[in-house]
Write a protein that binds this ligand. Structure first.
Ligand code: NOJ
Length: 562
């Protein structure tokens, strides 16, 4: 087994990814918006953290209707973020520190301010007309399509050519027509442009949407909750990804990760198995809905938070990648609320539960993704006023509720827990004005708790989450078993303790995590006596006797069996 796995050794399988949401990372020029120079000023911080890859959210020209996911020029940098020279300097600075960079590829849509769309909408005969999906109004109203950002649906009427255009996301994000070979060529050339600059790979935004049934059959509204299966993953999806691989990915030594909305575990290897020549990895959303109302994801549901469900999700996805492909592990991104507020306890046990979640993330099989600010335990801001929100997702749904006389107060209460704005508040660097994020007015309010939660304080305190994360990263890097070892779940029904083993080449390591506010005891299902404690998020050594481990609230321990 060892030699087989060794053969499959790849730099990207060993990656420890840190996600930077640049708007909120660090502002260098006082306009209140984080920028590339700001990131450059924090390169030493990133190096010291020990992460090996950065995933950078979009920095391309954009009117920012959806914060950069509406690109108006793929080969330029948006002025708020800086210049192309800044980008090149950032790349150089990262590479000099041994850190790789993957950028966000927004594939399914552009901005309506992209030159292609401006041309496309100008007349039915324009050469760019077929770059997007148009429905002539003389054919009647197009079949209803659900939009993620507009309750009115995904078709918008454009009087100029008496036609409707399709946008699964906002009206300012028209869907590209990937069935048009010229569109695909343009996109591949854009990808090569960035790779030739030296970027080390891509995160593929919403890629399952690029192939769709363009006959636009009538689809019952009852499928809305499962819309991805009906609107996306079209018949040519694999052809397009294979073509992309052949034309672009295969020519470079890079890392690719797809945002796999709607992909079931059974389909995952079709995208990631080595011989398929598509992607290397993808990330799923099966635990993103944990604690949320399954019928309406805008609302939380505290009853839907069983630890055993979380175990099932991680275990099922691990099993998919046992022999081929490769997985990812994450708790949050810029699209969900804060990790510690969702999966931990962000009040009494903020520190312990953050450390526990990092212990999980960094000892699990699959590439770990750390979201900026989680390393200091930043938590949900819980805005209680719609005026504080900048996210189109929250704002549009609020407007819809208000316009239809529905309960906006309950919605705002729900957003305090689930809104993606919670993860987007600026990084709290220190306790000076605006948490050291900007000298100007921050684009999004800063969490007032920055006096107690900030990087400077975390640096000073050897017991901080930040110091623990560094230790945990170093442990993963020094322990091939934590990267390549097999994963096996223990005590699957236990609703308090998440425990699993990682085994590789005669080494066996156990991670035991107490996901609760109470003390708990874990009984090992096998004999365990001679152990070495590799890490522990409490300062006292864990006590093990008669195969039993007593754990403090949110205690996390990793033991090596000797
Ligand atoms: C997924 C991105 O992560 C999200 O932020 C964005 O709104 C949509 N795709 C649309 O591009």
């Amino acid at each position: 087994m060892y030699s087989k796995i060794k053969e499959k050794k790849e730099w990207w399988k060993e990656a420890i990814v840190y996600q930077i949401y640049p708007r909120s990372f660090k502002d260098s020029n006082g306009d209140g918006i984080g920028d590339i120079k700001g990131i450059i000023s924090k390169l030493d911080y990133l190096e010291k953290l020990g992460i090996t890859v950065i995933w950078l959210n979009p920095i391309f020209s954009s009117p920012n209707d959806d914060m950069g996911y509406d690109v108006s020029d793929y080969k330029n940098i948006m002025p708020e973020m800086g210049t192309m020279e800044d980008f090149e300097e950032l790349l150089k600075g990262l590479h000099a520190r041994g850190i790789k960079l993957i950028v966000d590829l927004v594939l399914n849509h552009t901005s309506d301010e992209h030159e292609w769309f401006k041309q496309s909408r100008s007349s039915r005969n324009n050469v760019y007309r077929n770059y997007y999906h148009w429905w002539p109004a003389e054919n009647g109203v197009p079949p209803k399509r659900f939009s993620l950002f507009h309750e009115e649906g995904a078709w918008t009427y454009d009087a100029l050519t008496n036609s409707y255009y399709l946008h699964y996301f906002s009206r300012k994000q028209p869907d590209l027509n990937w069935d048009n070979a010229t569109v695909r060529k343009e996109m591949y050339s854009m990808m090569r442009f960035w790779l030739d600059k030296g970027v080390n790979g891509f995160r593929l935004d919403a890629f399952t949407f690029i192939s769709k049934d363009t006959n636009f059959p009538i689809i019952s509204e009852k499928y809305e909750s499962d819309f991805i299966n009906y609107y996306a993953s079209g018949p040519l999806l694999h052809n397009y990804i294979q073509e992309m691989n052949l034309e672009v990915f295969s020519k470079y030594d890079i890392m690719t990760v797809g945002e796999a909305s709607g992909i079931a575990p059974e389909q995952a290897l079709l995208f990631t198995a080595a011989e398929r020549k598509e992607l290397q990895t993808l990330y799923h959303f099966d635990h993103a809905n944990w604690g949320r109302d399954k019928n309406n994801l805008y609302y939380p549901d505290a009853t839907n938070r069983k630890l055993s469900d979380l175990k099932k999700v991680f275990t099922k996805w691990n099993d998919v990648f046992k022999t081929d492909g490769w997985g990812t592990t994450y708790f949050t991104t810029h699209d969900q609320s804060r990790m510690v507020s969702r999966f931990g306890n962000d009040t009494v046990y903020r520190k312990e539960s953050s450390k526990l979640l990092f212990t999980f993330l960094l000892s699990m099989r699959g590439i770990p993704y750390i979201y900026q600010g989680d390393e200091i335990g930043m938590n949900n801001i819980r805005f209680d006023n719609i005026e504080d929100y900048r996210d189109i997702h929250t704002i549009n749904y609020y407007k819809h509720l208000a316009a239809t006389g529905q309960n906006t107060e309950a919605f705002i209460n729900a957003q305090k827990e689930v809104s993606r704005e919670n993860s987007r508040t600026p990084i709290q660097w220190n306790n000076s004005l605006n948490a050291g994020f900007t000298n100007g007015t921050p684009w999004l309010k800063i969490n007032p708790n920055y006096n107690e939660i900030n990087v400077a304080l975390a640096e000073e305190n050897p017991d901080s989450i930040l110091h623990y994360v560094r230790k945990m990263i170093a442990l993963r890097k020094a322990t091939p078993t934590l990267v390549y070892g097999d994963y096996e779940l223990l005590a699957e029904e236990d609703e308090k303790i998440f425990a699993f083993t990682r085994s590789f080449d005669n080494e066996k390591i156990v991670t035991v995590l107490n996901f609760s506010d109470e003390k708990n005891e874990f009984i090992f299902p096998f004999n365990i006596n001679n152990v070495t404690e590799l890490i522990n998020n409490y300062n006292t050594t864990s006590t093990l006797s008669n195969n039993r481990l007593c754990l403090q609230p949110w205690q996390a321990v990793i033991l090596k069996l000797n």
